[in-house]
Design a protein around this ligand. Structure first.
Ligand code: AHG
Ligand code: MN
Ligand code: MN
Length: 320
């Protein structure tokens, strides 16, 4: 497909796999080694940092900072972009990541994950910079996630379909277990934190009534909400389903972050035949203005996303 490829992107994906193996090792020995609990301060998001957040963040910085392939990185756990120790000037790629997604589930042994997004740097000369990080999801060259669940699975796409690799603990390597994943157009599940119901707009309240089967024809969907975006997304990707984290009166721009949560998963969703929107427009079309900007997120089975957008349009067209 890419006769002029230098192999740098392939090697970068191997770097992701290495980081995933190391983080998986810590996750699998949580409780036996001192990686549980909070570190006692908050991160740039204003969230209490867990030890595993910090550890996973350090692993990612180490794994990508010294390869010469990456120029600049942005992490959920760091206020500012991080220049690669080796490659700041020559590195072709930009890496954006959520090192540990689902932090509230770490101490209770529920699936968590790592999310990554790979962009090409825009700047020709000098070190990578913030502008290199603020590119729309549409220009990602690859993206994916690792889910530390009943097994450790790395899911990625480089623009030619979505592929899954399961970590084989016997040989310590990822082996392909699912190729060209295609997500069902209508899903079995809907995932949303219903404790926020009173804070949603009437449109989202109407959507959830439909999904519960309270309104409209036919049976509703099954509710599943794990509280780790990666785990909820992965289940919906394979089985069909929709995940929503709306903007609400508490989080007026939504809770989830665009650059290293919504965009990479939107890239995977679209590559698998699904869709991802902020309720109005494709996530991948949003041009970021800030590193840690948040966005409402509606992601998963294509027809379900389109249904949500229609209900929200009709609700907005109807005077309250
Ligand atoms: P993170 O642990 O990286 O901060 O992400 C947590 C996110 C996401 O994983 C999950 O879908 C969402 O927070 C859950 O939020 P609520 O607990 O508000 O439902
Ligand atoms: Mn997260
Ligand atoms: Mn996180």
């Amino acid at each position: 497909m890419h006769p002029h490829a230098t192999g740098q992107l392939s090697n970068l994906l191997y770097d992701v796999a290495l980081a995933a193996k190391i983080i998986s090792g810590y996750v699998r020995s949580a409780g036996l080694v001192d990686v549980l609990g909070a570190v006692g301060h908050t991160n740039v998001q204003g969230e209490e940092q867990q030890k595993l957040d910090v550890l996973a963040n350090e692993v990612m910085k180490q794994a990508f900072g010294n390869t010469g392939r990456v120029s600049i990185m942005a992490s959920e756990e760091e206020a500012e972009p991080i220049l690669a120790a080796n490659g700041a000037v020559d590195g072709k790629y930009v890496l954006l990541f959520d090192p540990l997604d689902g932090s509230s589930n770490i101490d209770v042994n529920v699936s968590i994950g790592t999310i990554f997004s790979i962009q090409k740097r825009l700047s020709e000369h000098g070190c990578g910079n913030l502008v290199d990080c603020l590119q729309s999801g549409r220009s990602q060259v690859a993206a994916g996630y690792v889910i530390y669940g009943s097994s450790t699975v790395m899911v990625y796409s480089a623009g030619h379909g979505v592929h899954c690799f399961t970590l084989d603990p016997v040989i310590g390597e990822f082996r392909m277990t699912n190729q060209n994943v295609s997500t069902p157009p209508i899903g079995k599940y809907y995932s949303i934190n219903e404790s926020n119901f009173t804070r949603w707009s009437p449109g989202y309240q109407q959507v959830v009534r439909y999904f519960k089967g309270v309104e409209g024809e036919g049976l509703g969907k099954n509710a599943r909400y794990i509280g780790s975006l990666v785990a909820d997304f992965h289940r919906n990707l394979l089985a069909g389903g929709i995940f929503m984290y709306p903007a609400d009166s508490k989080s007026p721009k939504g809770k989830l972050r665009l650059l290293y949560e919504a965009s990479p998963l939107a890239y995977i969703a679209e590559q698998a035949g699904g869709a991802a929107s902020d309720g109005k427009r494709p996530i991948l079309d949003i041009v970021p203005s800030e590193l840690h900007q948040r966005t409402p997120l509606v992601i998963g089975s294509r027809d379900d996303v389109e249904f949500v957008e229609r209900i929200l349009r009709e609700a907005n067209a109807t005077p309250e």
